[in-house]
Write a protein that binds this ligand. Structure first.
Ligand SMILES: Cc1cc2nc3c(=O)[nH]c(=O)nc-3n(C[C@H](O)[C@H](O)[C@H](O)COP(=O)(O)OP(=O)(O)OC[C@H]3O[C@@H](n4cnc5c(N)ncnc54)[C@H](O)[C@@H]3O)c2cc1C
Length: 413
């Protein structure tokens, strides 16, 4: 059997890994000159297995007008002449109800627990600053903390082990938050969360795959797909490559390619930014932190001279605009100073990426109605977290094996 994986981000590479482990001949086609040049390169670095609740939830409806009107808001919506943007927005609003949000959370937790179980084996021998150092999410007021407590109690029924902490307990656990005490009232602590540099993980996994005989082709943009005599073909320039299975794992660019075989993928790019702050002799937090007031995440990475913090945030709905406004980077630097008391010095490696987001937050995994065309896309803000579980579900569909979890929520409707 021969498979082609489109996309050399974390989704494509872990898929290639799992396909190769089945003894399948795999080619990865990547349009850039290296892996992890898309969303997987400079993301928030968090393996956030217990924080998978979707963006679409009931309280968002009440907050949206303020969030959209505030120029300093982490959320930005630029209306475009693009019906796909409007359709996505309407489907997102329709998903903002308790039943949908809870069903999505339950399905995503099953997928993230599968990832969590697989990840230690997958990263073994891959130097990507992987560490299980827990995650603390802090909340600005009593109302948001009460909502977090309700979510925590719901998730406890689904197997999550999390603890509610007072402000003092948060600071005891993470002294880096001491200077920020007046801006939060408490938090939720999850000991089992991990972090790693997703870009490094991709680079080193790609080296391992190459050594095992997986073909990685760069500068190979797939322009379209076609099914001929029941077999999928991909076109790179004029060259047609045939395979038994083609997996679309090309993130936020997948809808365009999928349209060439009549598939309509409800994915829209949600742009975000990151900086990487070197420790430069300063003390760093010991665990990952999310400040829900500013909607910024902090992940300490590495050891010794490589010690650094990845700081990420913002959600912009404005198409595939690759510009990096200095104001966004300044806001991330200011958050670093204020929340964790770290002075951003030296090269901060400003970065932007596009989360391949579905309106509900559920990724699209497995078979489609087009013969031989499979999906591993749409993980949104959780692509690193869900990578190992998603690849397992997608590859099980390709080899015709029953997946370890219920895969129905991830099917393309
Ligand atoms: C600011 C920010 C912070 C984030 N933080 C986290 C986090 O902390 N934890 C987490 O789990 N997730 C996080 N995410 C989400 C995560 O980064 C993404 O979900 C994930 O990287 C998506 O991986 P992917 O492989 O699907 O897409 P990508 O990494 O974008 O890879 C797709 C690849 O396909 C290639 N491609 C596209 N079209 C074609 C084509 N036609 N032919 C050939 N190649 C093509 C692209 O060049 C690209 O390399 C964050 C995202 C952002 C933007």
């Amino acid at each position: 059997m021969r498979a082609i994986v489109v996309g050399g981000g974390v989704a494509g590479l872990v898929t290639a890994h799992d396909l190769a482990a089945e003894g399948i001949a795999v080619t990865v086609l990547e349009r850039e000159e290296a892996v992890a040049r898309g969303a997987s390169g400079g993301n928030g670095a968090q393996l956030s297995y217990s924080y998978v609740a979707p963006l679409a939830e009931p309280s968002v409806l009440g907050k949206l007008p303020t969030l959209l009107a505030d120029p300093a808001s982490p959320l930005k919506f630029r209306l475009q002449l693009d019906p796909r943007q409007w359709r996505w927005g309407l489907a997102f609003l329709a998903a903002c109800n308790l039943d949908t949000a809870r069903a999505t959370t339950a399905a995503l937790l099953r997928l993230s627990f599968l990832s969590r179980a697989r990840m230690p084996q997958l990263v073994a021998g891959i130097d990507c600053d992987y560490a299980v150092n827990g995650k603390l999410v802090v909340y600005p007021d009593a109302a948001s903390l009460a909502q977090a407590k309700a979510q925590m109690e719901f998730q406890a029924t689904l197997g999550c082990a999390q603890r509610l902490l007072s402000r003092d307990e948060c600071i005891e656990r993470e002294p880096a938050l001491a200077g920020y005490a007046q801006h939060f009232v408490g938090g939720v602590w999850t000991a089992s969360e991990a972090a790693a540099d997703c870009g490094l993980f991709c680079e080193r996994l790609a080296q391992r795959l190459s050594a095992r005989g997986v073909a990685l082709r760069f500068g190979a943009e797939v322009a379209r797909l076609e099914v001929r005599a029941g077999r999928p073909h991909v076109y790179v320039g004029r060259e047609a490559l045939a395979a038994d299975a083609v997996v679309l794992a090309n993130g936020s660019a997948a809808p365009k390619l999928a349209r060439s075989v009549g598939l309509d993928l409800p994915i829209y790019p949600l742009k975000g930014y990151s900086i990487t702050v070197p420790a430069d002799g300063q003390r760093l937090p010991a665990c990952s932190i999310t400040d829900t007031r500013r909607k910024v995440v902090f992940a300490p990475l590495g050891r010794g001279k490589r010690r650094r913090v990845r700081v990420a945030g913002f959600v912009e709905m404005a198409g595939h605009d690759r510009s990096i406004p200095p104001a966004r980077i300044a806001a991330l630097a200011a958050a670093t100073r204020e929340v964790i008391g770290l002075e951003p010095r030296g090269e901060l490696a400003p970065w932007c990426g596009f989360r391949p987001a579905t309106p509900t937050g559920l990724p699209l995994l497995g078979a489609t109605r087009v013969p031989g065309v499979f999906l591993n896309v749409g993980q949104g803000a959780l692509g690193f977290t869900l990578a190992a579980g998603s690849a397992r579900v997608a590859v099980d569909a390709i080899v015709g094996r029953e997946p370890p979890i219920d895969a129905r929520p991830f099917g393309l409707r």
